[in-house]
Write a protein that binds this ligand. Structure first.
Ligand code: SF4
Ligand code: SF4
Length: 272
């Protein structure tokens, strides 16, 4: 995928949008031919020497599939990089230390984490550009990214963007990633880089929701915000809920935005 990934790797969303927009846009309902399966002659050719940036939701799915803690996953499978324009920390998947630099999850049979592979692996051969309109709705555009080595375009299957997204089960990835992109866009909009303390908080709250759950309990973060018992229980028990809380928490803590979480205010002195 050449959208979110390259944008994050380069720290230049504008450059990536320009790249995507240089490609032919796939109009709504327009189709492309593509299939990828073990019988294509290039099978696995694209799973080496990648700059594969991982979003918070990618890490959540991968670490859970592998049965390791987020901290162990990040230590063993990722390099921590800092996005130049915003100071956001982000993991980049470590390729194997060998000449081919294969992905650690590729095998002769294909992807060993197929059911939980990153959103970028699912999206290819599409590129997806998303932005918020004035009402805050996500606007999407799709582009077909034809890489010369990829012979999947010779296959018979026909897809439009909606069918490809559904087939690759991308809705949940895109929803989580769009939420994350919104946080980064807010930071870029402020024109200020994260402080090192904020960077640590992003690394914990977004990339280690299992550890963030412990942090929430230890620091009793719920006492600072208005949150009902149902959400408290969900955040404590469920990592997706903890990640959503983390995103809301960072928007509140960094930018004072109270859309997802409201700061608890002391009762007014004249209140009963
Ligand atoms: S995670 Fe799977 S699909 Fe993605 S690059 Fe690695 S082996 Fe290929
Ligand atoms: S290069 Fe294209 S067809 Fe070949 S394995 Fe990768 S995505 Fe599939």
């Amino acid at each position: 995928m050449k959208d979110l990934n390259d944008a994050l790797a380069e720290g230049q969303a504008d450059a990536t949008e320009a790249f995507l927009e240089s490609l032919p846009e796939l109009a709504a309902g327009e189709t492309f031919r593509f299939a990828c399966h073990p019988q294509v002659p290039c099978f696995n050719a694209c799973c080496s020497d990648l700059t594969l940036m991982l979003t918070p939701y990618d890490v959540l799915r991968l670490r859970r599939a592998l049965g390791v803690s987020s901290a162990d996953f990040l230590t063993h499978f990722a390099h921590r990089v800092t996005i130049p324009d915003s100071g956001f920390p982000m993991p980049r998947l470590k390729m194997r230390e060998e000449r081919q630099k294969r992905c650690p999850f590729v095998s002769a049979e294909g992807c060993k984490v197929y059911g939980n592979r990153p959103g970028a692996c699912r999206t290819y051969p599409l590129g997806r550009a998303s932005r918020l309109d004035e009402a805050g709705n996500v606007m999407e555009q799709f582009f077909v990214v034809r890489e010369p080595h990829c012979q999947g375009f010779e296959e018979e299957a026909n897809w439009d963007a909606a069918a490809w997204l559904a087939d690759q089960e991308l809705a949940v990835y895109n929803a989580a990633n769009d939420r994350y992109m919104r946080l980064m866009a807010l930071a870029r909009g402020k024109g200020a880089r994260l402080t090192s303390k904020q960077e640590q908080m992003v690394w914990l709250a977004l990339y280690q929701p299992d550890a963030f759950q412990d942090f929430i309990a230890k620091m009793d973060l719920f006492r600072l915000v208005e949150i009902d018992e149902g959400r408290k229980a969900a955040v404590a028990a469920d990592e997706e809920a903890a990640l959503a809380f983390g995103l809301d928490w960072l928007e509140l803590a960094f930018f004072g935005i109270e859309e997802g979480l409201r700061r608890k205010r002391p009762p007014r002195p004249d209140a009963d």
